[in-house]
Design a protein around this ligand. Structure first.
Ligand code: PLP
Length: 393
């Protein structure tokens, strides 16, 4: 059994490209070219050069000594929070902008919810001098003023989506409409391992640098590139897929994916997709998503904007269904407490998304020998308002 995509664009029962006919030429152009371009030597050279000199890679693998003592295991943190722009998302946008250039595209579009992917996209467009249009729900524009300002300062045009609930899914519809109308000169940068094939595979390949580096760093630090556990939070699932990628076929390494439980799985305010969801089609691929019995997408909730998504990427759905990965959830309260704990024990303020992965350590038991890697997907600067309100700082 394979855990990776097949020629038809599927991971077991999941994946594919469920798109309107008008989008077919764009997606097909990408499908036919993405592997050829990515595997090309000049692409690899330029990609790795930018990851090194612009993003600041390799990101450190840090043995958190005080946390290790507390949990009775060797807890390693993969420091994606130290990347330029503060999270793992830049790995993917660098990859996609280089790919867009090689496809001859002059214009980039993206959609964003919390604004983090919009900022990562606007950043690489400024870097390469490409036109950038970011679609964002009108409600989200009001909620995420600092990120809107960042995108504008970086030269992007932020276009409000004014239909429906005026949030992420409406922004996605607007971006799709734009791409249909501008098939020749425009590339659509999707920010996670979601969307029609080949996006989930392409984004996973760009993010796989996380586990590629981790294996080398584990050899240097422990003499063994095989940890007992790797943990990561899951919104759409891109930092998790990057963290899992080079460990997937090594069944001795246990993969733990942490979803946002919100106020609790049964509270009606949750984003715990595998616990609450059913199989269906979302954003162009077959996966698992939160939906009503008649197939309407359920509005998710999480204290962390990056995990506030009603689905997961198709490869995650496959890892879940086959049992290769363990999918669990952590509540808003548990994640905020874990964020405070890391801050006070290691001097690192994590993104609340990443704090979900850290919080799951509380629910595990160790013998003192295990090597555990947690993907610290981003830094907490953007979350200070939430931390301040919650802890009365
Ligand atoms: C966007 C984001 C996430 C969630 O996205 P994935 O595609 O699931 O990785 C997690 N952590 C941080 C810091 C983010 O910005």
């Amino acid at each position: 059994m394979s855990y990776f995509v097949n020629e038809k664009g599927y991971y077991g029962d999941f994946g594919g490209a469920y798109i309107p006919e008008m989008l077919y030429p764009n997606v097909e152009e990408l499908r036919q070219n993405y592997l050829k371009i990515i595997e090309d030597e000049s692409f690899q050279k330029e990609f790795h050069q930018l990851l090194k000199d612009y993003v600041g890679r390799p990101s450190p693998l840090y043995l958190a000594k005080r946390l290790s003592k507390k949990y009775n295991a060797n807890i390693f943190l993969k420091r994606e929070d130290l990347n330029h722009t503060g999270a793992h998302k830049i790995n993917n946008t660098i990859g996609q902008i280089l790919l867009a250039e090689r496809l001859g595209k002059k214009r980039i579009i993206a959609e964003t919810g919390a604004g983090q992917h919009g900022v990562a996209t606007a950043t690489v467009c400024a870097l390469r001098g490409l036109e950038c249009v970011v679609y964002m729900g009108e409600v989200d524009i009001k909620r995420q003023a600092p990120n809107v300002a960042r995108m504008k300062m970086l030269g992007a045009k932020v276009v409000p989506a004014t239909s429906g609930s005026k949030t992420l899914k409406d922004a996605t519809n607007e971006a799709m409409r734009d791409w249909i109308n501008n098939p020749v000169d425009t590339h659509y940068i999707i920010g996670s391992v979601v969307g029609p094939h080949p996006y989930p595979d392409m984004v996973a390949i760009f993010q796989s640098i996380i586990s590629e580096e981790t294996k080398k760093q584990l050899i240097e630090q422990t003499g063994n590139d095989q940890p007992d556990y790797v943990l990561a939070c899951v919104g759409g699932g891109s930092n998790a897929m990057g963290m899992f990628y080079h460990f997937i076929e090594d069944e001795k390494v246990k993969l733990i994916a942490v979803e946002a439980g919100g106020k609790g799985i049964d509270s009606g305010f949750s984003a715990a997709t595998t616990a609450l969801g059913k199989e269906g089609v979302l954003h162009g691929s077959r996966s698992i998503l939160m939906q009503t019995p008649d197939g309407q997408v359920v509005e998710p909730h999480s204290v962390s904007a990056g995990l506030d998504y009603p689905g997961i990427g198709p490869q995650h759905a496959h890892l879940f269904k086959t049992g290769r990965g363990l999918y669990v959830s952590i509540t808003d309260d548990e994640s905020l407490q874990a964020g405070l704990l890391l801050t006070q024990m290691e001097g690192i303020i994590p993104a609340i998304e990443s704090a979900h992965a850290l919080a799951y350590l509380e629910k595990m038991t160790f013998t003192g020998k295990e090597n555990v890697v947690v993907c610290l997907s981003g830094r907490g600067d953007k979350d200070m308002d939430t931390y301040m309100k919650y802890f009365n700082l």
